[in-house]
Ligand binder design. Structure first.
Ligand SMILES: [Zn+2]
Length: 269
C-alpha cells in the first residue's frame, strides 16, 4: 500500500469508520497510517479516483472517529463510495468466515488478482459468497400486492422476496416463492433492476409480475399479512433507496401516467 496516495476503508461488522461530525467519506491511508502498522492485514478492493483503495478490519475505537452503519449511507453517500464500502464489508465478513479450506483445513490466503481466497495445497480458489435473492412486485391493474413480513410486524409492507435455491433459475424461484408465500400464480414477468445488499451477501434481483390466478393465502410464518393496495392508497413501504422501494415507486408512477392519459383522452373526446 502506498501511504501517500492510497485510500482506506476501515470496517467493523457492518460499520464503517468516519471522522466525528463530518459526512462519511473514504479516508486517506496517510491519515490512519498507525493502524496499518499495529493491526491485521489490509486488502486491496478496487480503485478510487485513480488510486488503490484498501480495507482493514478493526476491533478497537479510535479518537476523533466513530462507527456508523453502512445502511444509513444508502442513497445518501455518492454511489461509487457506497459501492466500495459495500464491497469492503462484504469481503471482510466473507474472509473471516473462510479462513480455512473446507476440503483440507489448511489456511487460505487472499489472492488480490482473483479477488478470491486460495488454498495452496488443494489449488482451489474460493470466490466471495454472493446469494441471489429474487424480489417480486405483483400487479393487477391499478393494484399491487404488498406483504408484511414477520420480521417487520407492525411496520411496513413490502414486495415478496426469496432466495434462489440450488439448481433453480430466478424465474423458477419467483413462481415457487409467490405460491409458497401468498398462494398465487403470476404471469408476464419483466425484469426491473438489481441491487447488491451486503448484509451480509445478497444480490437482490427485482421483477414485476402480473397476477394470474388464485386467492391470497399467506403462509403465516414468513408472511403475516398480504393485501392488494391501490396505487394511490399505499401503506407504509420501504425507503425509496431500497430495490423494493424503487419498484413500488416505479409502479405508482406508471399507474399515475396511465390514469392521466385516460383523463386526457376523456377530456379531448
Ligand atoms: Zn485445501
Amino acid at each position: 500500500m502506498n501511504l501517500n496516495t492510497d485510500w482506506l476503508i476501515v470496517v467493523q461488522g457492518s460499520n464503517i469508520l468516519t471522522a466525528i461530525d463530518k459526512p462519511w467519506e473514504i479516508l486517506k491511508a496517510s491519515a490512519l497510517a498507525e493502524l496499518l502498522v499495529d493491526d491485521g492485514c489490509s486488502y486491496l478492493i478496487g480503485d478510487y479516483f485513480g488510486q488503490s483503495c484498501h480495507v482493514i478490519e478493526l476491533e478497537k475505537d479510535i479518537d476523533g472517529y466513530e462507527w456508523i452503519n453502512l445502511r444509513s449511507q444508502l442513497g445518501r453517500a455518492p454511489d461509487m463510495q457506497y459501492q466500495l464500502a459495500s464491497r469492503a464489508i462484504q469481503l471482510v465478513t466473507w474472509m473471516k468466515q473462510h479462513q480455512y479450506c473446507g476440503q483440507c483445513g489448511a489456511n487460505t490466503h487472499y489472492h488480490e488478482i482473483e479477488s478470491a481466497l486460495h488454498c495452496q495445497p488443494c489449488g482451489i480458489y474460493y470466490y466471495p459468497r454472493i446469494s441471489p435473492c429474487m424480489m417480486c412486485m405483483i400487479t393487477k391493474g391499478d393494484y399491487c400486492l404488498l406483504a408484511q413480513h414477520q420480521k417487520h410486524a407492525g411496520g411496513f409492507y413490502s414486495t415478496l422476496a426469496g432466495f434462489v435455491e440450488a439448481g433453480e433459475s430466478i424465474e423458477q424461484t419467483l413462481h415457487r416463492e409467490v405460491m409458497e408465500e401468498v398462494g398465487l400464480t403470476v404471469k408476464n414477468l419483466s425484469y426491473f433492476s438489481s441491487q447488491p445488499w451486503p448484509f451480509p451477501h445478497q444480490l437482490m434481483v427485482g421483477y414485476f409480475a402480473e397476477y394470474d390466478a388464485g386467492d391470497i393465502i399467506v403462509d403465516g410464518e414468513e408472511i403475516i399479512d398480504a393485501q392488494w393496495f391501490h396505487y394511490s392508497d399505499l401503506p407504509q413501504v420501504p425507503p425509496s433507496e431500497s430495490l423494493s422501494g424503487m419498484m413500488i415507486e416505479a409502479f405508482v408512477q406508471q399507474r399515475s401516467l396511465v390514469s392521466a392519459d385516460k383523463t386526457l383522452s376523456r377530456d379531448t373526446e
